[in-house]
Design a protein around this ligand. Structure first.
Ligand code: NAD
Length: 478
């Protein structure tokens, strides 16, 4: 049984209490590792070591920080297969997906911000008889809290800009998928990251997370996770005037017009519905289709989805993997029941799957539901699994009304060949990220985040470096 350790002050340490949490392999539904159940004392040690490391790290040159981060990126690449295997086992995602997306993106995050910081500059404002210049300084100790769906990918997406900007970090990965964050600790030691600059503490959100939210020495919190938890963090941290970046849930619409490139659209709609078992915040879970192609779309979409039988994560042949945990698996199954009670017609899936030899794993067939209106729970609440609804619309106005009819506003995907319509729809749809004729195509320089109850603030590019720094204006009169 692997025993994961905390990474504090440059060392791997057991939790102070010696208490551990079970870590499951969702493909088998079995415990395969233990992770620290850290508490206040572990958090205090991590924050104190980050505080002590801040002076030297924040005053080091950006080239120095960049060099160490590039070494971390190179080590992630060198250990690509080991990390991909670990991510797939821990999360239940197919091994090919971890190899193709999660691990390359983790090294890309470190590499991108290692380079970005060397290009980050400040502004000067000239006025008659005087000049102002604005410097940007790191905040101090910051915390980075990440979810289980893209474990190393999203953890590194926060840590990399925080470190590049000169902050020291207390990171808390999801307790559901702690393994690759632990492997990252070992990589940081190997890369020569100075002790205390990054601390990774494992534990439950309601115990360890709450301590971090309330800790007076933590100046900012960068969080990705559910809207519910984002609200709890804000409740504690806002009165302490911490800077907050909150990336939260979504219920994203895919708006499909009859004039789209049909082949490309259907291929991408399958990906955006069931990729990573539907557990990507950017997945489109409400599929809105122009009525004239609705029946054709329904028939093709269902036919392809029926072939996506989920299987064990380590098998190259598994087109979909396992749901991340028993708790989440039960939540998704409960939403399938809700959809039925609401009068939805299950066109595909709607049940758990039990692959031979892996009967205790958490598998759900891709599920497509029709016949539900906009206001029902199935179309309003985030399910975050292989569960989508399809609905027909007649006009652009109706499509926009349907797309915007939730509390969420993370992303939207629009499929049309009509240029004017594409721009108009992009402007009207309430989302922080809009894709036209594509999905999940990412340029790391662009602002990433949601509106409404999907987010506060933006990650990515210089937006992230701005979040992790405070501007100071200096005015000189001649
Ligand atoms: P979650 O909110 O349950 O947990 C996220 C992290 O917060 C975990 O590390 C957890 O331990 C921690 N946490 C829990 N309670 C806490 C508290 N009170 N204080 C501090 N930390 C606490 O989310 P999850 O189930 O891990 O992930 C799924 C959710 O994440 C979905 O809602 C999904 O949409 C969202 N998500 C959003 C984005 C985005 O970029 N907007 C990306 C990925 C996932």
């Amino acid at each position: 049984m692997i025993e994961i350790q905390n990474y504090i002050n440059g060392e791997l340490r057991p939790p102070h209490s010696k208490e551990y949490l079970d870590v499951f392999n969702p493909s088998k539904g079995e415990v395969y590792a233990k992770a620290p159940s850290s508490d206040l004392k572990d958090a205090e040690s991590a924050v104190e070591s980050a505080r002590l490391a801040f002076k030297k790290w924040s005053s080091s040159s950006s080239e120095y920080r960049s060099e160490i981060m590039l070494r971390i990126a190179d080590l992630i690449d060198q250990k690509h297969e080991e990390l991909a295997q670990a991510e797939s086992k821990d999360n239940g995602k197919p091994i090919w997906l971890a190899r193709m997306v999660d691990i390359p993106r983790a090294s890309a995050n470190f590499r991108f911000f290692a380079k970005a910081i060397t290009q980050f500059s400040s502004h000067a404002y000239e006025m008659p008889g005087a000049i102002n210049y604005t410097i940007r300084q790191p905040l101090g100790v910051v915390s980075c809290i990440s979810p289980w769906n893209l474990p190393l990918y999203l953890f590194s997406w926060k840590i990399a800009p925080a470190l590049a900007a000169g902050n020291t970090v207390v990171g808390k990965p999801s307790e559901v998928t702690p393994m690759t964050a632990y492997l990252l600790s070992r990589i940081c030691i190997e890369a020569g990251l100075p002790p205390g600059v990054l601390n990774i503490v494992h534990g439950r959100g309601d115990k360890l997370g709450e301590v971090l939210n309330a800790h007076k020495r933590i100046k900012a919190i960068s969080f990705t996770g559910s809207t519910r938890v984002g609200g709890e963090i804000a409740k504690t941290a806002a009165p302490l005037f911490k800077k907050l970046s909150l990336e939260m849930g979504g219920k994203n619409p895919n708006i499909i017009f009859a004039d789209c490139d049909y082949e490309k659209m259907i291929k991408n709609t399958i990906r955006s519905s069931f990729g990573n078992q539907g557990q990507i915040c950017l997945c489109g879970s409400r599929i809105l289709v122009e009525r004239s192609i609705y029946e054709q779309f329904k028939s093709d979409f269902v036919k392809i989805a029926q072939n996506l039988t989920p299987g064990p994560a380590h098998l190259e042949t598994s087109k979909m993997g396992a749901i991340v945990s028993k708790e989440h698996y039960e939540k998704i199954l409960s939403y399938i029941e809700i959809a039925k009670e609401e009068g939805g017609k299950i066109l595909c899936g709607g049940y758990a799957v039990h692959p031979e030899g892996f009967e205790s794993g958490y598998y759900i067939a891709p599920t497509i539901v029709e016949g539900l209106d906009q206001n029902c729970r199935s179309n309003q609440e985030e399910v975050f699994g292989p569960f989508v609804t399809i609905q027909a619309f007649d006009t652009e106005e109706e499509a926009i009304e349907m797309a915007n009819a939730t509390q969420y506003g993370l992303s939207a995907t629009i499929w049309t060949q009509n240029l004017s319509r594409a721009h108009l729809m992009a402007k009207k749809v309430e989302a922080g990220i809009v894709w036209i004729n594509t999905w999940l195509l990412r340029d790391l320089r662009t602002p990433f985040g949601g509106i409404k109850q999907s987010g506060v603030g933006r990650e990515g590019g210089f937006d992230a470096l701005e979040f992790f720094t405070e501007p100071k204006n200096v005015c000189i009169e001649f």
